[in-house]
Design a binder for this molecule. Structure first.
Ligand SMILES: Cc1cc2nc3c(=O)[nH]c(=O)nc-3n(C[C@H](O)[C@H](O)[C@H](O)COP(=O)(O)O)c2cc1C
Length: 246
């Protein structure tokens, strides 16, 4: 994992993508200005109102409001206090009220009900992560997929034992024995290099005890299908849910 630097900025300038999405805040103002000069729409994740205001003041075109339920790394960058994290239901309307930008709700949304709820909270769009892990196209291991299928509503936790930054994963031995949160975790992203060999050895023996299987709290709502079908199904589901209110 490398920070967004001069070389990576040149790649963006070369390919001029329509949208550039950053995580853990934004790069330096000069790099942000260069990305914006390509015409790209700029988005990044906020886990608090303060982070959303920061992103707005530095030129973001939309803010992703990432709730505590989300799988994978927290996008948090103005604080490292996981205890300050807010769930999607409470976070989205507060960010919607605070910024004058479209808000993309994310964290725990996996079907039409979640989409309609996010729109009712004032979101302009939603972002789904965990729901797509069930898709046929994913290249995650069979053990990872089995973990997702078995995950109920209590099988994930936020941990920093794998990368050094808090990330929501399927709970496993490493997280329970060393964390899930520990002050002894190496600084991000050094943890990957340190825990990597342990993970490889364990996985070679068929064990997921040391694997960071990123997963949000909505894993149990997911269904095995293709990514395209998933999008069509949840869009259809959202429209039907919407009809309940009209
Ligand atoms: C396997 C996995 C990998 C992720 N990788 C990234 C990433 O590289 N960059 C990022 O901004 N967010 C990443 N996320 C977080 C998602 O963008 C999103 O915030 C989150 O998945 C939404 O919550 P949900 O998992 O409950 O749908 C990842 C999430 C998962 C589950």
């Amino acid at each position: 994992l490398q920070p967004f630097d001069e070389a990576r900025c040149r790649i963006v300038e070369q390919h001029a993508p329509a949208v550039v999405s950053f995580h853990f805040g934004l790069p330096s103002p000069d790099l942000v200005a260069r990305v914006k000069a390509t015409g790209a729409k700029l988005v990044s994740s906020a886990t608090t109102v303060a982070e959303a205001l920061y992103l707005e003041s530095r030129g973001c075109d939309a803010v992703i409001a990432q709730g505590l339920e989300a799988g994978g790394h927290r996008g948090m960058f103005l604080t490292d206090d996981v205890l300050s994290q807010t769930g999607t239901m409470a976070l989205v309307p507060q960010i919607v009220d605070a910024v004058d930008l479209p808000v993309i709700a994310t964290g725990g949304i996996a079907d039409g009900r979640g989409i309609v709820a996010a729109l009712a909270l004032g979101a302009s769009a939603v972002q789904l992560g965990t729901a797509f892990l069930h898709a046929e196209e994913t290249t995650i291991s069979e053990a990872y997929k089995a973990g997702l299928r078995q995950a109920g509503d209590r099988q994930t936790a936020v941990t920093n034992v794998y990368s050094g930054r808090p990330t929501r994963c399927l709970t496993n031995r490493m997280m329970l024995e060393k964390g899930p949160l520990t002050g002894a975790a190496p600084a991000f992203p050094k943890g990957f290099a340190i825990t990597g060999p342990l993970r490889q050895q364990a996985e070679a023996q068929g064990s997921s005890d040391f694997s960071a299987h990123y997963c949000g709290q909505s894993a149990a709502l997911g269904k095995p299908t293709t990514a395209g079908q998933l999008v069509r199904d949840i869009a259809h589901d959202a429209r039907q849910q919407m009809n309940r209110f009209t």
